[in-house]
Write a protein that binds this ligand. Structure first.
Ligand SMILES: NC(=O)c1ccc[n+]([C@@H]2O[C@H](COP(=O)([O-])OP(=O)(O)OC[C@H]3O[C@@H](n4cnc5c(N)ncnc54)[C@H](OP(=O)(O)O)[C@@H]3O)[C@@H](O)[C@H]2O)c1
Length: 422
């Protein structure tokens, strides 16, 4: 099906249709020229059901690449406050894994049988609505995933997940409102793939950190205690969280099963702990051994701040090693949604558990200021082609990547970012 051209024409500013076609290069998806519709990845409830049946309900054998499929997407008509983006690169994100597995909620089914996932992207502006002043054609922008801010600016819903009608950015093109975009900090010192690794994970880490340190400082003021021990468990968000902690002068410990990620962080002054040495906390003895190790590293005191993100066995291990007055923060539930604890024990130790979702829009912009200065993400060694996005998601699911997975969506990158491609 083709998009009606007339509604687009009036909303463009700063660019004539012919120039617009020029920005596309040789691509054949110009909506006003009668070419094909843009392609985008989708997750359909019927494919989830088929894969669940194939593995007989055993999610350990589930192949997420079998339920993430390329599909035509009908972009909404451009409004005066809208921006038309050509997606250049995206990062694979775990919420897509959760959507494909339907392990937290079957979001594809809840949204009518299909979602278009992907809520972290870097794109080139190819047209703007007449009311848009923050962006012009040719600009490079990054996204945030706050789909609908509440009265305090925090998301009620997440874009390309539970925000109704939202179409994600694992596609060739997108139309978004300008408030969903932040100018990409191309001069921050990071390469293009490193910048593309950060739009979702960096604001999450930033929010987790400002909550954790704020809560800790309510209990123990800076004049009483300056340097803290901060522990994070594997994953892209935790590593960024630890980069802020280290930058602010704290001692940072990264407990991960990935030697490559630990090595990268050690280069930034963040100490590594091999999670496999503690059998990923499979038994109580493993948790005790881990606790003894961390207490040994910290003169018996433990970690003042713990970033969990995974729950499951990691949650118990994180609680065990916490120092008095400690704060445990998480915005994820990769291994389990439930977290059991002894309230009396936590009260006596003055521990706080904080549950975080996602940043405000202004917080997302503030996090972007730290690209390159603080955030220096690990990037998986393979940059995936657009057609390999389902494999990228499955390899993330299998936890065999060496860093944050990046997918190059546009084969032809604009000159403005050419020098940033390593
Ligand atoms: N609320 C939000 O805004 C938000 C934002 C981003 C992410 N999240 C959620 O947070 C969680 C983590 O996301 P992320 O982006 O940081 O993850 P990520 O970069 O994809 O990394 C996930 C990490 O999980 C670890 N892991 C995998 N299997 C494990 C196991 N069986 N036991 C222990 N660790 C295991 C791996 O670390 P090692 O192998 O190195 O140990 C892996 O690096 C996900 O559930 C995601 O949905 C939430």
């Amino acid at each position: 099906m083709l998009i009606e051209p007339c509604a687009w024409e009036g909303a463009w500013s700063g660019l004539e249709a012919d120039n617009y076609a020029g920005l596309y290069g040789n691509r054949s998806s110009h909506p006003t020229k009668g070419f094909s519709m843009p392609k985008s990845y989708a997750i359909a409830a019927e494919d989830i059901a088929a894969e669940t049946a194939r593995v007989d309900g055993d999610l350990t054998n589930f192949d997420v690449s079998r339920v993430i499929a390329l599909s035509d997407v009908e972009l909404r008509e451009m409004g005066p406050g809208d921006v038309h983006l050509r997606i250049l690169a995206v990062s694979a994100e775990h919420n897509v894994d959760h959507a494909a597995l339907a392990d937290t909620v079957n979001i594809a089914e809840a949204r009518g049988g299909k979602i278009y996932p992907g809520n972290s992207a870097l794109g080139e502006v190819i047209a703007v609505g007449e009311g848009v002043t923050r962006f012009a054609p040719g600009d490079i922008a990054i996204t945030h995933c706050n789909g609908e801010p509440d009265a305090h600016g925090y998301p009620l819903r997440i874009w390309a997940y539970d925000q109704p009608e939202s179409i994600g950015w694992y596609g060739e093109e997108a139309v978004v409102a300008d408030w969903q975009l932040i100018p990409a900090p191309l001069d921050c010192g990071l390469n293009l793939w490193e910048i593309a690794a950060l739009p979702l994970r960096a604001p999450t880490a930033y929010h987790l950190w400002r909550r954790a340190i704020g809560i800790y400082r309510v209990k123990v003021e800076r004049r009483q205690r300056s340097q803290l021990t901060v522990l994070g468990f594997g994953g892209g968000v935790s590593e960024l969280f630890l980069m802020i902690a280290a930058q602010e002068g704290h001692r940072a410990l990264f407990c991960s099963g990935s030697a490559e990620r630990r090595a990268h962080l050690e280069g930034l002054g963040i100490e590594g702990i091999d999670q496999h040495e503690f059998n990923r906390f499979a038994s109580r003895d493993d948790v005790r051994a881990f606790s003894k190790h961390v207490k040994g590293l910290t003169g018996g005191e433990g970690a003042h701040i713990v970033c969990d993100m995974l729950r499951g066995p990691v949650f118990a291990a994180g609680l065990q090693v916490m120092a008095r007055m400690g704060v445990n923060v998480s915005a994820g539930w990769q291994l389990d949604t439930a977290a059991n604890y002894n309230s009396a024990n936590l009260s006596v130790r003055q521990l706080t558990l904080d549950h975080v979702h996602f940043e405000t829009i202004e917080g997302s912009a503030a996090a972007t200021e730290l690209y390159g200065r603080v955030f220096r993400p690990t990037v998986h060694k393979e940059i995936y082609a657009f057609g390999d996005l389902p494999r990228a998601m499955e390899e993330m699911h299998q936890n065999v990547q060496t860093g944050i997975p990046i997918v190059q969506v546009a084969a032809d990158l604009p000159d403005s970012v050419a020098s940033l491609v390593p």
